[in-house]
Write a protein that binds this ligand. Structure first.
Ligand code: GLC
Length: 561
């Protein structure tokens, strides 16, 4: 793997609507982000990915863009954005925007023009097909947010358009070179402003299997999961390679793709030395236990051994081919501590343990806002508390499958995207210090105990532990090993133990005992130094320091000979 400037960095994701509100309108904004740059710097963050802030009706919270060249006034102005980029640069930090180009908003000028004249230039920017009453749809794919992907074109009962997400997110026709050129032009325009690069949204969907055709129905609605079509769609590499060449490479942009389905033989193309992207996220844990029937039928949390199998599977697959990006949560997922830790094991120590396990894997660690203080899922008690369109769909799917309202709410508490979207908990004051107004989404009631102010001066807090992790990763003595060293699973069969070695210039052993009982572990070589520990003491049980009795939920990093 060729070394790159971003390999030894630490990244952070901001969900702007919920991060920090500077003007009291209940919605986070760019000046709010600027005011927290020093906080992020102190945490050890170098790269900041911000979810979309472009002009948008916010039907999918900004992932429905109506103008790629402007900032939504709710988030601030273009001047604010330019100031943010500059303020980040002053701190040696890089800003990533979200590139949402599988679709735009139905309020985008292109779609408006397509509606006016479906047979004109802009009609071909989208997938528009004829529609006749009583005739089947062009295909039976189910949109990710529920229902068929086809929607009648407004004002044209004889036409319909394709949307793989919400109907307010019409898919752009990537087969049309004019669309692609518009996308590249936009990327270059933003790169000229001094961006570090982009996180690339939903990108696997840009290549459709054409002509449209049906796939076997997999639910009672007669529709078929889009993934079935994506499996068969060939040729996405042509688009991605072109985008890399025309838009990213000239700027050496850092790019991280939201790629769910890369096959083993494609990894090199995606994130190898000359890959389409710099990196992509590891979603093995995200996908584990998800049922085709819906969230109601999915695994609410993983056991330590299941989680372990996910991370090691990815580490083995990627090897030295490229640099994966490691996460335990993002704005589409429940809180990592509630998903990768069994409820009976959830405590301060296990939160730090999980942090340590994923952060020190080979790859670029991304921290999602609030993760660094151990924010947890919401407890939903009524449907009215749900904002997210995807959760509302899954709620209905659960009811239709015969689940009670209570069960459907339990499902929302375990999976809703709102879990990650509740406002950032800055302090124990009103609205968790997020806003002086009325927050757009309810604050998690646990903010009085889980917040930044309570943790920032406490050496033993989750927040301080994240800082220690970032410092360790950047420590000149260990950096090369932690960034480039091989990741070798250790005692993989041992129940509830997650252990691996990072082997490079140094040998570092990462040990995590994710259970309520202690566990004695033999080391492959005598321990030299303990570099990190989430509890007070480390109990070596022999004189040669080749055996450790790990306390419940203990996490240690030891340098071995
Ligand atoms: C991605 C985003 C998600 C959004 C979807 C449609 O998966 O992360 O939040 O709803 O794409 O843009």
């Amino acid at each position: 793997m060729k070394k790159q400037w971003w390999h030894d960095k630490v990244a952070y994701q901001i969900y702007p609507k919920s991060f920090c509100d500077s003007n009291g309108d209940g919605i986070g904004d760019i000046p709010g982000i600027i005011s927290k740059l020093d906080y992020l710097k102190e945490l050890g963050v170098d790269i900041v990915w911000i979810s979309p802030m472009y002009k948008s009706p916010l039907a999918d919270q900004g992932y429905d863009i109506s103008d790629y060249y402007s900032i939504d006034p709710r988030f601030g102005t273009m001047e604010d954005m330019e100031r943010l980029i500059m303020e980040a640069k002053r701190r040696d930090m890089y800003i990533l925007m979200d590139l949402v180009v599988n679709h735009c908003s139905d309020e985008h000028e292109w779609f408006q023009k397509a509606v006016q004249d479906p047979d004109g230039k802009y009609g071909n920017f989208f997938y528009i097909r004829d529609r006749k009453e009583g005739e089947p749809l062009p295909c039976n794919w189910r949109s990710y947010f529920g229902g068929p992907v086809w929607e009648p074109l407004p004002g044209h009962p004889d036409k319909q358009y394709l949307h793989v997400f919400h109907k307010k997110q019409p898919d752009l026709n990537w087969e049309n070179p004019e669309v692609r050129e518009e996308v590249y032009k936009n990327i270059r325009w933003w790169m000229e402003k001094g961006l570090g690069g982009f996180r690339i949204d939903a990108i696997i969907n840009i290549k459709k299997k054409l002509p449209f055709s049906d796939y076997p129905a997999d639910r009672d609605d007669g529709l078929s999961y889009i993934g079935n079509m994506l499996e068969e769609a060939q040729g996405i590499g042509d688009f991605l390679g072109e985008m890399q060449e025309k838009a990213f490479r000239p700027y050496q942009a850092f790019t991280v793709g939201e790629v769910f389905n890369a096959k083993e033989e494609e990894i090199k193309n995606f994130i190898g030395d000359d890959g389409y992207f710099s990196s992509m996220f590891d979603f093995a844990g995200t996908c584990y236990g998800k049922s085709g029937k819906g969230w109601y039928d999915s695994r609410k949390y993983l056991t330590p051994d299941e989680y372990k199998s996910c991370i090691f599977q990815t580490q083995r697959k990627i090897g030295d081919m490229g640099m994966i990006s490691n996460i335990i949560e993002n704005h589409d997922e429940p809180r990592g501590v509630c998903h990768y830790i069994r409820p009976e094991d959830l405590c301060e120590a296990s939160k730090k343990l999980l942090a340590g396990v994923y952060f020190l894997l080979k790859g670029l660690p991304f921290i999602y806002q609030g993760q660094e203080i151990g924010m947890e899922n919401m407890k939903f008690t009524s449907r009215d508390e749900i904002d997210d369109i995807s959760t509302l769909d899954e709620y209905q799917v659960a009811l239709d499958a015969g689940k009670s309202e209570e069960e459907a709410l339990e499902m929302a508490s375990a999976f809703s995207r709102d879990n990650a979207r509740t406002p950032m908990q800055w302090d124990a004051g009103e609205n968790a210090g997020f806003t002086t107004g009325t927050p757009w989404l309810h604050v998690n009631p646990n903010y009085t105990s889980i917040n930044v102010a309570a943790q920032k001066d406490d050496e033993d807090s989750v927040l301080s532990f994240y800082k220690k992790l970032a410092r360790l990763r950047k420590n000149p003595v260990y950096k090369d090993t932690l960034v480039y060293g091989e990741c070798i699973p250790y005692l993989e069969e041992e129940e509830n133990l997650i252990a691996y070695e990072r082997a490079g210039e140094k040998r570092l052993l990462i040990l995590a005992n994710l259970q309520k009982d202690s566990k004695t572990v033999a080391l492959p070589a005598p321990a030299e130094e303990v570099l990190l520990n989430n509890l007070k003491i480390v109990n070596f049980t022999d004189e040669t320091r080749q055996e450790i009795a790990l306390a419940p939920y203990q996490f240690v990093v030891v340098e071995i000979l």
